[in-house]
Design a protein around this ligand. Structure first.
Ligand SMILES: [Fe+2]
Length: 206
């Protein structure tokens, strides 16, 4: 995620059909090729009109909001957050089915939640919250402890000083075509195609 303006759409690290049947081709193509792409295009348009921001990466914009003129700060953070969260989400999914939590990430999860079932219960509780979160993000804090949070809109965990490890999009556009209102069913199935190698790599970089 080091690209600078003009920001480019990051290709999926797998074929658009390869998450079937968990995520259908139509949903994934709308999600990646229309919704995520739209955030990239909108941010590029904004930066084009505000050249003071053209030397920053997406992460630098989110980490340093004071750099952004007040008149456009909400829009810039919304589009940049949408790009940041979606790239993490698409990258931490795997075409391999029935993936198992493993490595250092598993150790850290067990340290915090004692069992994988407890951890997954936390994810389902966030998904079913009346707050209607758009993202579930399992993070690591600056004390090296796991924290799982729900976020709305395109907020990121960065302002909370939480480094994102596993990012799950629970916005309707991520699942509604196939799962309708059964968000819990989507989440249950999604947890079988998580790329834990990617998540363990994120942990190693901290
Ligand atoms: Fe999304």
């Amino acid at each position: 995620m080091n690209n600078k303006y003009p920001y480019k759409v990051k290709s999926l690290p797998y074929q658009i059909v390869s998450l079937e049947p968990i995520i259908d081709k139509t949903t994934l193509s709308i999600h990646h090729d229309k919704i995520y792409l739209n955030y990239v295009e909108k941010l590029n348009l904004l930066i084009k009109e505000n050249k003071c921001l053209e030397n920053y990466t997406i992460e630098e914009l989110i980490y340093n909001p004071y750099l952004i003129p007040p008149t456009i700060i909400n829009k810039v953070l919304y589009y940049a957050g949408g790009i940041y969260n979606h790239e993490l989400y698409f990258d931490n999914l795997s075409p391999t089915k029935n993936t198992q939590i493993n490595g250092l990430f598993k150790d850290k999860i067990l340290e915090e939640y004692k069992t994988i079932e407890n951890y997954q219960e936390t994810l389902f509780n966030i998904a079913s919250s009346p707050i209607n979160y758009h993202w579930i993000i399992t993070t690591i804090n600056n004390k090296n402890k796991i924290e799982t949070i729900g976020l709305k809109d395109n907020d990121t965990s960065i302002p909370l000083n939480l480094y994102p490890l596993l990012v799950i999009d629970i916005t309707e556009h991520a699942y509604f075509i196939k799962y309708h209102n059964h968000k819990d069913h989507y989440l249950k199935n999604l947890l079988t195609i998580i790329n834990y190698d990617v998540i363990n790599e994120r942990l190693k970089k901290i």
